[in-house]
Write a protein that binds this ligand. Structure first.
Ligand code: PEP
Ligand code: MN
Length: 360
């Protein structure tokens, strides 16, 4: 995907003074709701109107979308407001209908990105299109699967490609509906800087109160745009009611968000940054050396255990260490989540080192 610059060029040509904003209801419900929302969004920074008409619901029996009739409502919304129209497509029939009705942006949902067969079919149905195709991350935190879907679309001679980061399912519940795992999206951005990256704070957060903070983090990480579920009467929405905001609230959110520059300027700024970066580099080096020392001791412990044929893992001791570290970490301003992640990784590496000794 060396030359996927078209969408980036399109974005640049739009000359927006803010990140690209895609907004609209989770689902199209009635013609009136689609038209009302679109007209209200016209007065905001929104460039693209979104609405799902085929809804991939996790459990059957819930509202599964209005179907193709919704495309007619969107066509009318486009004629009346001039907003571009976006909807989710999950199979070739969806693609054909969306193209017939002049949809400008087609997105592939998280439950579809996981399936290479489906993605390939959609890619073939869209072959050579100059429409914008946005690929949501798969539900599971697997960067290759996400990239694989992007590659399938790209190989079908589709150049206006972007990606949407909507978070990842996890067994352990956190405050998010879908954990952001920011590092995965950042890795994708590093590998493909020309691929516009859009954040979906609505599906990451699952709650409207989280949308602002998630959006700000995305902008701080240089994302190119936001897709935010917006409904004239969010509490009574037919799907994803708790995460939708009114167009008025959307306007407030986007007004308060801070867009940061990619690079700063000025002698003073550069000097300050350089000093701090040098400090960080030194500390990182110390951290590496300390970790290496710690692993040497783990190896020694492995030898002692081997001499008595003792198992590697003593769960009691490990839980005690972890509890202590979390408390100490808190006093030092480190979050429980961070301390847990770091020490679980350190512990795993220790186990690997000791296993090598014991199994030899
Ligand atoms: C949606 O955008 O409404 C949707 C179903 O999203 P996802 O595929 O991210 O779950
Ligand atoms: Mn939704």
């Amino acid at each position: 995907m060396k030359n996927n610059k078209e969408f980036r060029t399109w974005l640049d040509k739009m000359n927006l003074t803010h990140p690209l904003l895609i907004a609209g209801p989770c689902s199209a419900e009635t013609e009136q709701q689609v038209l009302d929302t679109a007209h209200q969004l016209k007065a905001t920074d929104t460039t693209v109107f979104r609405a799902g008409i085929w809804k991939p619901r996790t459990r059957p029996g819930m509202f599964e979308g209005v179907g193709a009739i919704g495309l007619k409502w969107m066509k009318r919304a486009k004629e009346e407001t001039g907003l571009m129209m976006a909807t989710e497509v999950a199979n070739t029939a969806h693609v054909d209908l969306a193209l017939e009705h002049g949809i400008d942006v087609l997105w592939i949902g998280a439950r579809t990105t996981v399936s290479p067969f489906n993605v390939q079919e959609i890619a073939e149905a869209l072959r050579g299109t100059d429409k914008i195709v946005l690929i949501k991350n798969p539900v599971n935190p697997d960067l290759s699967l996400w990239l694989g879907a992007v590659e399938r679309i790209y190989k079908a001679d589709i150049k206006n490609i972007g990606v949407i980061h909507r978070g990842f399912s996890a067994y352990q519940k956190t405050k998010y509906r879908n954990n952001p795992e920011w590092q995965l999206a950042i890795e994708l951005q590093n590998q493909f800087p020309d691929l516009p990256l859009i954040c979906d704070p609505s599906h990451i957060g699952g709650k409207r109160d989280l949308i602002f903070d998630i959006s700000q983090t995305a902008l701080d990480l240089n994302y190119d745009g936001l897709i935010i579920e917006t409904h004239p009467d969010p509490d009574n929405a037919w799907s994803d009611a708790s995460q939708q905001v009114t167009p008025k609230r959307l306007a407030q959110i986007t007004k308060e968000l801070k867009v940061r520059k990619e690079i700063g300027e000025g002698e003073d700024y550069l000097q300050k940054l350089q000093k701090l970066r040098t400090k960080i580099d030194t500390l990182d080096e110390q951290l590496l050396h300390m970790l290496s020392e710690r692993m040497k001791i783990s190896t020694e412990i492995g030898k002692v255990k081997k001499s008595q044929n003792v198992a590697i893992l003593q769960t009691g001791r490990w839980n005690e260490i972890l509890g202590k570290m979390i408390l100490e970490g808190e006093q030092l301003g480190l979050s429980e989540e961070f301390v847990l992640r770091i020490f679980k990784a350190v512990h795993q590496e220790s186990i690997n080192k000791q296993a090598k000794i014991l199994d030899n």
